[in-house]
Design a protein around this ligand. Structure first.
Ligand code: ADP
Ligand code: MG
Length: 697
């Protein structure tokens, strides 16, 4: 690179030491251009700015110490190890190595002065450092230490901390020289509104904080320098979604209006009348669909609030207007269930429906695809399989996505693009049972309109929830036995903290075996995520018609499954799940007219927090209150399912931790749109690299 060349906007390959392989690893961290390195902020910091006297050490601290080796020896015991005692006059410390070479032993000779860095631990013979970093130093020379705290960055496989730090150092150097620019993208008035200063200073500060900074403040994300970046990122995110929204508002869509006779026939055939909330939400949806721009509406309704019927009303309007509708569910099981419902309802109205699955025999699938393309099939139900390239609709007017939290914003966008033909776009209706507080919804779903079904159908008896210790497992099993013999059906849900599906499946299999031994006369079934979809469905179908009395399951049954006769649920290790997830699970019972019970079977003692969480669940059946509580006790990440789906992936901000900033950010976003529209684009580009890439992929 030539001396004064401006580097801003250059790909990372511009830097020394970055070839295609390193660039690819950096890309995994969301780093594409040189300035992206500046926004790759430390996870935590180490203090190597001063040498701590050994007399003042406390276990748990990570410190630099310096002293003279008094003794080095190999200890043979259960494990061979190298021990080295060093002292600085104020105290002494043991260095302990499990992996070492002979050369290393020679190096650590008595009388040598060492500088070490590591975490102080309490060992059998006093304080020690296990496998510290160390170097031999000249005791006469003035000790050289770091001037600022040492940043520890998030890394990825094959890219080491030291190499990454070295690259970030290069970027910081370029920034200091002015060859890399970090423009002030926010207008003065917006910065005043948000109470933030210069972004460049904030970035420099966070990469290399001075020794006197409060580490605790940094760790909690409360430092003013962090706040500046967090607010800017939240703002960029908000504006990004709002821009999507504005873009969608320009998408032409066919105006779709219901046929009154058809709708009346459908509603009359249901055997119940819509709740007030269902009616209101139907009206909101139909008003959207009647317009010439594409609907983008999220319908939130607690488990059992009756979202499916609302979706059916929307689908009917599309079909009555000569268009097709598609419903996408997150699992085969749910798609199958929707298909059965819709097929029954719509067959009576002379409307043909089809189920599209990745697993259908090829001939059958070809037939379905042909009928869809010819417009003979009016409603298609399926999973992601619906949106493969070979699936062509004749006139797709409406896309319904059920249980949105299983899909991320990127998938949502991909679908939107998929259904459009350039001139017209399908209307989009998204349904979720995940209740999220309003402020959060306005950020996480800023690109959507929002309706809430805030009323349950009448006649539901709330699920009675009890927490029982595993010590009383036998009682619980006996109660289950009685209930099933009286003709009720029950779920037994096994949870595991491990992400691994195979461990979950194993736990469920073990439990099923035990229960089969204990309850020989009951018909017991098992479903888990490792089973073949066809087998899973066969078991679910048997449960649905009552052939299976007790269903042992993993959390695969969490979403949407509707078996009204099931009125008892036992959840093992409930403390391992989020409240919202427990609430979803519990929503599988209490769907019929019998009083239902949910037993939270916990193992061992419960922490205070766990107790509070289970209490919240016992006290209310209201998904909204539970969501608020969940947010207090757990965090937005889990609530929104971001950890699974990457829905809201941010560099610095954390929706949970930073929720208090959202109202301010929303206000600033409105001001930006009104007064500084030209500043929006660069801001989004700075922060939403990933999202942009996905969109244009
Ligand atoms: P969810 O909102 O969880 O998807 P569903 O649409 O599966 O809920 O509805 C749950 C159950 O309630 C279904 O059996 C459905 O037929 C029934 N249901 C829906 N709306 C009403 C209503 N207004 N009155 C009585 N039952 C209803
Ligand atoms: Mg549902």
């Amino acid at each position: 690179m030539s001396a004064r060349e401006v580097v801003t906007g250059q790909p990372v390959q511009y830097l020394k030491g970055v070839g295609p392989r390193v660039a690819e690893k950096l890309a995994r961290l969301g780093i594409h251009q040189v300035e992206d390195l500046l926004f790759h902020l430390p996870l935590r910091y180490e203090d190597r700015t001063r040498i701590v006297s050994m007399g003042a050490l406390r276990p748990g601290e990570s410190v630099v110490v310096q002293g003279e080796i008094q003794l080095t020896d190999i200890r043979f015991g259960r494990r061979r190890m190298l021990l080295s005692r060093i002292s600085d006059g104020t105290g002494s410390l043991m260095l302990r190595f499990f992996h070492f070479s002979n050369a290393q032993k020679e190096q650590l000779a008595r009388g040598v002065t060492l500088r070490c860095y590591g975490e102080v631990r309490k060992g059998a013979q006093g304080l020690e450092l296990i496998h510290p970093e160390y170097q031999r130093v000249d005791p006469q020379a003035t000790p050289e230490v770091e001037e600022s705290l040492t940043a520890i960055y998030p890394v990825t496989e094959g890219l080491h901390q030291l190499s990454l730090r070295q690259l970030i150092n290069q970027a910081i150097e370029l920034l200091r020289e002015g060859r890399l620019q970090l423009a002030q993208l926010l207008p003065e008035s917006i910065r005043t509104e948000l109470g933030i200063d210069d972004i460049r200073d904030a970035v420099l500060y966070l990469h290399r904080p001075p020794p006197d900074v409060s580490l605790q403040q940094l760790e909690e994300g409360r430092h003013p320098a962090q706040r500046a970046l967090i607010l800017e990122e939240l703002l960029a995110h908000q504006l990004g979604l709002q821009r999507l929204r504005l873009e969608a508002d320009t998408h032409r869509a066919p105006p779709l209006v219901p046929d009154d006779t058809l709708q009346a026939r459908f509603l009359d055939g249901l055997g119940f009348s819509l709740t007030g909330a269902q009616q209101r939400v139907c009206t909101e949806i139909l008003a959207d669909m009647a317009r010439g721009t594409a609907m983008q509406r999220l319908v939130q309704g607690d488990v059992g609030s009756g979202k499916t019927v609302v979706a059916a009303v929307a689908a009917l309007a599309a079909i009555a207007s000569g268009h097709q509708a598609a419903i996408m569910a997150p699992t085969e099981l749910l798609a199958e269930q929707h298909f059965r419902n819709f097929d029954t309802w719509f067959m009576a109205l002379g409307i043909s429906c089809a189920f599209l699955s990745g697993r259908q025999p090829a001939a059958r699938r070809r037939e379905t695809l042909a009928a869809l393309a010819a417009g003979e099939i009016k409603l298609a139900v399926g999973t992601h399989a619906l949106f493969q390239d070979e699936v062509v609709f004749q006139r797709l007017g409406l896309v319904i996505i059920d249980e949105q939290h299983r899909f991320g914003v990127h998938q949502r966008l991909a679908l939107r693009e998929k259904g459009g033909d350039g001139a017209h776009w399908p209307h989009q209706l998204i349904m979720t049972a995940t209740p999220i507080p309003r402020t959060l919804a306005r950020t996480a779903y800023a690109d959507l309109d929002y309706s809430v079904i805030d009323e349950l159908p009448p006649g539901r008896t709330p699920v009675e929830t009890v927490a029982i210790s595993d010590a009383r497992r036998d009682e619980v099993v006996a109660r289950l036995h009685r209930a099933c013999r009286e003709g009720r059906q029950a779920y037994w849900v096994c949870t595991l903290i491990e992400e691994s599906e195979s461990l979950q499946a194993q736990a469920a299999e073990d439990t099923a075996t035990q229960l089969r031994e204990a309850l020989g006369d009951l018909r017991i079934g098992l479903v888990h995520g490792r089973m073949k979809p066809a087998d899973k469905e066969a078991v679910m179908a048997a449960f649905k018609v009552g052939e299976i009395q007790l269903l042992v399951a993993t959390t695969v049954i969490e979403v949407g499954v509707d078996v009204p006769n099931a009125s008892l649920m036992v959840i093992e290790n409930p403390e391992r799940l989020g409240l919202a997830q427990l609430h979803q699970l519990r929503g599988r019972v209490g769907r019929g007219s019998t009083a239902s019970t949910c037993v939270l079977l916990y193992h061992g003692g419960l922490s205070q927090r766990a107790r509070e969480r289970l209490a919240a669940l016992r006290e209310t059946n209201d998904g909204f209150l539970i969501a608020e509580k969940d947010l207090q006790l757990r965090g937005a990440g889990e609530l929104l399912g971001t950890r699974q789906s990457g829905m809201v992936r941010m560099k610095v901000a954390d929706l949970e931790r930073d929720m208090e900033y959202l109202p301010r950010v929303q206000k600033a976003a409105a001001l930006m749109l009104r007064d500084h529209a030209q500043a929006i684009e660069p801001l989004i580009r700075r922060w939403l690299v990933e999202a942009e890439r996905v969109r244009h992929a």
